[in-house]
Design a binder for this molecule. Structure first.
Ligand code: DX5
Ligand code: ZN
Length: 219
């Protein structure tokens, strides 16, 4: 029995009342809070820094899952760890020394994960699978919420699930982008155990119903 997790992305929250929004999805059944960090350099959008993470930290005991779409990675990752992050994922294209970055994240007390963009090969996983805790597969191009799920992602999810199984390690396979109640079952079937969702949750009028609806598809 897979322990499926729903991670609402606060990218789609109402920033004028961010604390209330985080509290609302926590009470609505979220399993972790996904924080999309964009730097207007690695991706063409700009969002949260460590101070925002720090201000969210007292609101919940759920894991804060920080998705860094920013370059360079190392200093920023340490700052997010200090700000209360539990999981830090990063794009290998955004750092010069992937192994060192993983080490820095882990030395900061966080779980480390690698993010695979839609056109990025999964070959880079071969040399980090013995260390990482998460593989995050992007099912949209990083930078914006509300995009459509890229169909080719299913094939990649299946392959990565196989690679994780072969590693014999407990590594979470997270998928991010365009997930909704219509496709979440197929994404789980392909091998995902953790689902980032922004617009399908924060775009709904009832967060509890939106999360329950996603979880219902996974039964
Ligand atoms: C995209 C972000 C996603 C995004 C997901 O760069 O990494 O986390 O917020 O949002 P939806 O669910 O709207 O695709
Ligand atoms: Zn994300």
């Amino acid at each position: 029995m897979v322990n499926y997790k729903i991670a609402p992305s606060i990218l789609s929250a109402d920033f004028s009342k961010l604390g209330e929004e985080v509290d609302a999805v926590v009470r609505a059944g979220a399993d972790m809070i996904h924080i999309d960090v964009m730097d207007n350099h690695y991706v063409p959008n700009l969002t949260f820094g460590p101070m925002v993470c720090k201000s969210i930290r007292p609101i919940t005991t759920l894991p804060l899952d920080v998705h860094l779409m920013a370059a360079p990675v190392d200093r920023l990752a340490q700052d997010f760890a200090k700000a209360g992050a539990n999981i830090i994922t990063f794009h290998p294209e955004a750092t010069d020394h992937v192994d060192r970055t993983i080490q820095i994240i882990q030395d900061s007390g966080c779980k480390a994960g690698i993010v695979i963009n839609p056109a990025t090969s999964i070959g880079c996983l071969d040399w980090v699978l013995d260390k990482i805790s998460v593989v995050l597969i992007m099912s949209v191009n990083p930078g914006f919420g509300g995009q459509e799920f890229i169909q080719g992602s299913y094939r990649k999810i299946k392959r990565v699930r196989k690679v994780i199984q072969e590693s014999g390690r407990e590594i979470s396979l997270q998928v991010d982008g365009g997930i909704n109640a219509e496709n979440i079952k197929a994404i789980a079937k392909a091998g995902a155990d953790s689902f980032v969702s922004g617009s399908a949750i924060f775009g709904a009028s009832d967060y509890h119903r939106a999360i329950a609806n996603l979880k219902q598809q996974l039964l």
